[in-house]
Design a protein. Sequence first.
Length: 320
Amino acid sequence: MGQLLGNDRFMTRFTSPTAAGALACTVGMTVVGASIAFGPLLADYPVLAGQAWRYLLAGLVLLAVMRLRRVRFPRVRPGQLGRLVLLAGTGLAAFNWLLIEGTQRSDPAFMAAVVGATPLVLALAGPLLDGGRLRGWTIAGSTVVVAGILIVQGATVAPLGAVPYAVGFLLCEAAFTLLAVPLLKEFSPLQVSGAVCLVAVPLLAGLAVLEPGADLVVPTVSEAATLTFLAVCTTAIAFLLWYGGVIRLGADRAGLFAGIMPIAGMVVGVVAGTSVWTPIGLAGSLLCGAGIALGLRRTPVRRREPVVGDTVGDPVAETV
């Protein structure tokens, strides 16, 4: 695990950057999706306080890895610090708050279905914000993935009052990736992950004070074990894998792998006996897989027609 936490580039020694990025995103989203099954174990623990503990522990784990690998904690400029705060405030703190408020006003399946549009948002916004061009195959694949997620989650409706929370939830999920892209050009996934976790702690702690009930609750043994798992696996490791995948694939193509998360959650639920595998769920899962494969296709650029007397070679270009 130390190699995974400390050097996210080790996969490229054995495979292409695209395959390595796909593997990183797949494993990361599988871990996140599987962690959904642990949610009931924290049902009686204050949510926002639990998230603050989770990110504090994850940040400390990542700091320890930095120290072991002699990686310096990122020294950020004011603009970069502002982006880190915005990333932590939207992608982590506001994300959790909107999830809580939204599920109190609607079926959780509605929130999951809306956030399932993340691949399409990233496919459109990723290249535009990064100064690149839209990839037709990625947009098409993202649309298929979104359809698959909707099938897996099930079509639901909700009161009109829940819609702003669901839309905000979706935007915060996309911000977790989009706001990190410029930072990942300056710092490693290890540095960005550690910094954003630690920045999120006071933000979540402040929100926890506003949460009804006690501000500080000593967790039970099972709650402490669950928080530790979420901190180490679902946060520290999953963040590194995801951001490592974003570096290799770009935000748009990495977004395709959001379709892995609900599938992993369903599989773990079936194994744990809390969910039932259905033909509709299988169809949605296969559709997500097909969308990912479609979205990763390379778009060849038409070969330039040779000109009489032209002695310069004409290499075939392609958009990766």
